[in-house]
Design a protein around this ligand. Structure first.
Ligand code: ADP
Length: 572
């Protein structure tokens, strides 16, 4: 098939264009490599000649090496030369850029600014920031640095274009970071202010507390001084015993009272060496009870003054102190010379003993006469006299018991009470005493509970008095038809006697004082019960002489429980 003439024409034109394109490419390559220094460009005003002389040659090589985009403009603002970086920025082939109006690559909104700076740049070096538009229509932020350039051929404008994309991004990031920093700074300042306020408040609190502490210390010192003065005025000695180290601290007065050296360490043995040997076991027991059970110390005993050899009576009153964990750590005590009171008491006791003794003699006679009359009334079967004599006899027994009680107190206090130790089985002693009650009293119910045999070293009669006293109190201070429970059992190395009644009970204020001499609870209920407050005192003295312990527990209005414990005989 013949090629049509149109097609042949077209084919020729295409070849022509292709040759032109190849030529153009060659020319551009030649320009870039510096082989060519003149060029004719078909611009909008027809053909234009662009020449590059020798100086321009080095300039061209220089701008081709640059990282930034660079171009030169002629007087009309036409691009007479540009580097490949500029081509990349515009996303256009290099050959399409040369000969173009530079303003065509400027974003329309910035064209006026671009025109202005280009005009200014012919006078002086100028800079401006604006947006460059690439062939895809995207904008790139750039900075233009314009400067007039004296080339060999003509005067041109050198334009260096710095891509600001990264800078802008960095600037934006910086702005964000700055804002974050400012916020952090603001928060920091706020925190600082708060902290400062808190510190100020705490400092003020601390100062107030310090002030309080200072005043408290002052008060404490004053009270210490007062206490010291009171101790001196009352001629009281003080001592403390550290239970961990065994060290004893004693005041000067304490040492004076015993006749101990006025300074230097003093052992417990030195203190005991002054005490009447008969009272040492009792004193040790009081101390032991204080250390183990926290019971208060209150003991009166005679001493032989270590310097003068004089007999003096001492009363020691003390307390055990606990640490934070509740362990007993030290004993603090006050010592006073009670010789004068003791002598007064002695006179009083002697008097009581004498009166009691004198009263016993006629009572024994009266008892004898009553027994004779009882026998006579029995033989003659005189019912009324028999009843009246029985009543009289009961009253005589009561009176004898009371007088015996007073006699015992008097004897005890003058140290004339003697304990005859023998091996005693506690269950048996309790059962024997209870038998006497069971015959007489029918309106209380006794619940008895005995464990295995409990052998102790005791005075049968004196310990019997204690048990008697506790049982009669349980009966006296509870109404008839109630239970009285009695038990004997072993607790560690001790034998324990325990008695519980369902009576009036004892208040917590009275409980610690029950064992004091002549102490009686005073209320409407006890007012109708006869007594002198010596039974429990005597009981506690007797138990102490058995190296034991006596104590009570109670719930007011409900019940009372009394205990005593005595060490088991060795070998049990
Ligand atoms: P008294 O001769 O007064 O009974 P005690 O020394 O035997 O003397 O007792 C002292 C006080 O203890 C009594 O006056 C009484 O108030 C109280 N008391 C003793 N035992 C009991 C008990 N079982 N129940 C209630 N109170 C008791």
């Amino acid at each position: 098939m013949d090629k049509s003439s149109d097609y042949i024409k077209l084919e020729a034109a295409y070849r022509e264009i292709q040759i032109q394109l190849e030529e153009a490419n060659d020319i551009i390559d030649a320009i870039r490599s510096g082989e060519v220094d003149a060029l004719v460009v078909n611009g909008k005003d027809g053909h234009q000649l662009f020449t590059l002389k020798s100086a321009d040659h080095s300039y061209r090589i220089f701008i081709e090496q640059m990282i930034e985009s660079a171009l030169t403009l002629n007087r009309d603002g036409i691009i007479s030369y540009c580097n490949s970086q500029f081509a990349a920025l515009c996303q256009s082939p290099l050959e399409r850029l040369i000969g173009k109006d530079f303003l065509d690559f400027i974003e329309p909104g910035y064209k006026d600014l671009a025109k202005e700076v280009i005009t200014q740049a012919w006078q002086k070096e100028t800079k401006a920031e604006l947006l460059l538009k690439n062939s895809s229509g995207n904008n790139t932020p750039v900075q233009l640095s314009l400067k007039q350039l004296d080339l060999d051929e003509s005067i041109s404008l050198s334009v260096i274009i710095t891509d600001l994309t990264d800078i802008k991004k960095t600037q934006q990031l910086l702005q964000i970071k700055n804002a974050e920093l400012e916020e952090a700074q603001r928060l920091g300042e706020e925190l600082n202010e708060n902290l400062e306020r808190i510190v100020q408040d705490r400092t003020a609190e601390l100062e107030a507390k310090n002030h309080e502490l200072f005043n408290a210390l002052k008060d404490l010192r004053e009270s210490e001084d007062n206490l010291h003065s009171a101790f001196n005025a009352g001629e009281l000695g003080s001592c403390s015993l550290d239970l961990k180290t065994g060290r004893a601290e004693m005041s000067e007065r304490f040492r004076e009272l015993y006749g101990l050296p006025v300074s230097g360490e003093i052992s417990w043995e030195m203190v005991l060496s002054a005490v009447d040997p008969a009272y040492i076991p009792g004193l040790n027991k009081v101390l032991e009870n204080c250390i183990i059970y926290g019971s208060p110390v209150d003991s009166t005993y005679p001493i032989k003054h270590l310097l003068t050899g004089e007999k003096r009576w001492m009363r020691v009153v003390g307390k055990c102190k606990k640490d934070e964990s509740g362990n007993f750590v030290s004993v603090s005590a006050v010592l006073m010379d009670v010789t004068d009171q003791k002598q007064d008491e002695q006179r009083k006791n002697d008097f009581i003993a004498m009166v009691s003794h004198e009263l016993k003699t006629p009572l024994t006679s009266v008892k004898g006469y009553i027994q004779v009359l009882q026998l006579k009334a029995k033989i003659e079967k005189l019912a009324f006299p028999m009843k009246a004599l029985e009543g009289a006899n009961r009253q005589i027994v009561k009176m004898t018991n009371m007088i015996n009680g007073f006699l015992n107190v008097a004897r005890l206090e003058s140290g004339k009470i003697m304990i005859d130790f023998e091996k005693v089985e506690l269950n048996k002693l309790v059962q024997e005493i209870l038998e006497e009650y069971k015959g007489d009293i029918v309106d209380h119910r006794f619940q008895e509970n005995y464990g295995p045999e409990l052998f102790i070293m005791a005075d049968w009669e004196k310990l019997g008095q204690v048990i008697n006293n506790l049982i009669s109190n349980a009966i006296k201070y509870s109404s008839g038809n109630t239970d009285i429970s009695i038990s004997c059992f072993q607790d560690g190395s001790n034998a324990v006697f325990k008695i519980i009644d369902q009576g009036m009970g004892i208040s917590t204020t009275d409980l610690p004082r029950l064992f004091e001499r002549f102490y009686r609870v005073e209320n409407s209920k006890t007012a109708t019960v006869a007594g002198f407050g010596i039974g429990l005192y005597l009981s506690s003295e007797i138990i102490q002489r058995h190296q034991g312990r006596i104590w009570a527990e109670s719930e007011l209005g409900e019940s009372s429980t009394f205990y005593f414990s005595i060490p088991l005989a060795i070998g049990q």
